[in-house]
Write a protein that binds this ligand. Structure first.
Ligand code: SIN
Length: 200
């Protein structure tokens, strides 16, 4: 099952009149920035954890054999690290199409990770947080698959393929991107580890 959220997202008016918007990416938006952006900065948001609990029927799987991609689950006290992009509003329309399988734009406060205490003069001028948006697939969307044993999730990812390619590449690319950012994400790394033990 899937429901196209493109039209719902285009009804969002929160950033109307803004000529720039910060977008927080925590999944493929970290490692596949195939859209124009003005600037990108590592960042995190509070109260959310990344989980491979969202079905992918359009990118990394098919309606008959869905893959699994990440969404965010609310967890008080948690922190989710990713990448923030400063974009112009026209970039949202193609992003709405890319994220149409259940993701809705949500407003979030994002905190930048590149404002070190020994900041250079240039970093000193950088803002520490901003209001932005994130594409979130909540548990009530039709493509939500939810929790499953890690071995079962890894197995599903190992076997799924879709128009955007193999589901395993999504997981491996995400794990590598998080490693490069110096982010520890036990859920993602445990799945990437299991993937090596699952046949093609
Ligand atoms: C995101 O990356 O922020 C959303 C989920 C995805 O496209 O993988």
């Amino acid at each position: 099952m899937s429901t196209d959220t493109t039209l719902l997202n285009q009804r969002m008016t929160h950033f109307d009149g803004h000529d720039e918007i910060w977008l927080f990416g925590y999944g493929s938006l970290i490692w596949k920035a195939d859209f124009p952006y003005l600037e990108r900065r590592p960042a995190h948001i509070h109260g959310w954890v990344r989980r491979f609990w969202q079905g992918s029927h359009d990118h990394r799987g098919t309606p008959e054999s869905p893959g699994r991609v990440v969404t965010l689950l609310h967890e008080p006290g948690a922190t989710c690290h990713g990448m923030a992009y400063r974009i112009t509003p026209d970039v949202l329309a193609p992003l709405d199409v890319r994220e149409k399988n259940g993701y809705l734009r949500e407003v979030t406060r994002l905190f930048f990770d590149d404002t070190a205490s020994d900041a250079t003069a240039e970093n000193d001028k950088k803002v520490e947080s901003a209001e932005g948006l994130v594409y979130l697939a909540t548990s009530d969307n039709a493509a939500f698959l939810g929790e499953a044993p890690l071995d079962a999730i890894a197995e599903q990812i190992a076997n799924a393929h879709g128009p955007s390619g193999a589901n395993r590449d999504y997981l491996i690319n995400l794990a590598c991107a998080l490693q490069e950012l110096g982010v520890d994400d036990p859920h993602v790394f445990a799945l990437a580890h299991r993937l090596h033990h699952v046949g093609h």
